[in-house]
Structure formats: C-alpha cells, structure tokens
Write a protein that binds this ligand. Structure first.
Ligand SMILES: [Zn+2]
Length: 74
C-alpha cells in the first residue's frame, strides 16, 4: 500500500446535535468529537444534566420470568 499523499487526511462527520457536517483531522485533535464544536457538545451534555435524557430513578419491577416458579412437590 502506497503512503497516502496527504499525511493528515481530513475526515468528515455530522454533528449529532445540530446536524452540521464538519471536518476534522483526528478525534484526538477535535476535542468536541463527535460534535462539531464545544458549544454543541456542551449543549448536548447540558441536556443530560437538565433531564432531557433523564433516566427514570425508579427501579424497574423484578422480571417475573426471573422468579423461580413454585412447584408442588408430588
Ligand atoms: Zn454541532
């Protein structure tokens, strides 16, 4: 395989928050990845904290299938 002519190929990705396509060289260099910018990342993270993606605090009821059915000893 010949070396790529461009040592730092530009990759493209789509921001999951604003949907804008953006270019980045590497995930290491693009800190807000996979978002286009730190702003989008912060806003998206903020949604987590504000409860938009809130995970219900209630415990799920036990799965009845996991309970061992009682068997009558014959
Ligand atoms: Zn964005």
């Amino acid at each position: 395989m010949p070396d790529a002519p461009n040592p730092t190929p530009i990759r493209q990705a789509r921001c999951p928050y604003c949907g804008r396509e953006f270019e980045y060289k590497s995930v290491a260099e693009h800190k807000p990845f996979p978002f286009c910018s730190a702003r989008c990342r912060d806003v998206d993270l903020g949604k987590w904290f504000s409860g938009a993606y809130a995970i219900p605090g209630e415990e799920l009821p036990a799965d009845p299938d996991e309970a061992t059915p009682e068997r009558d000893a014959t």
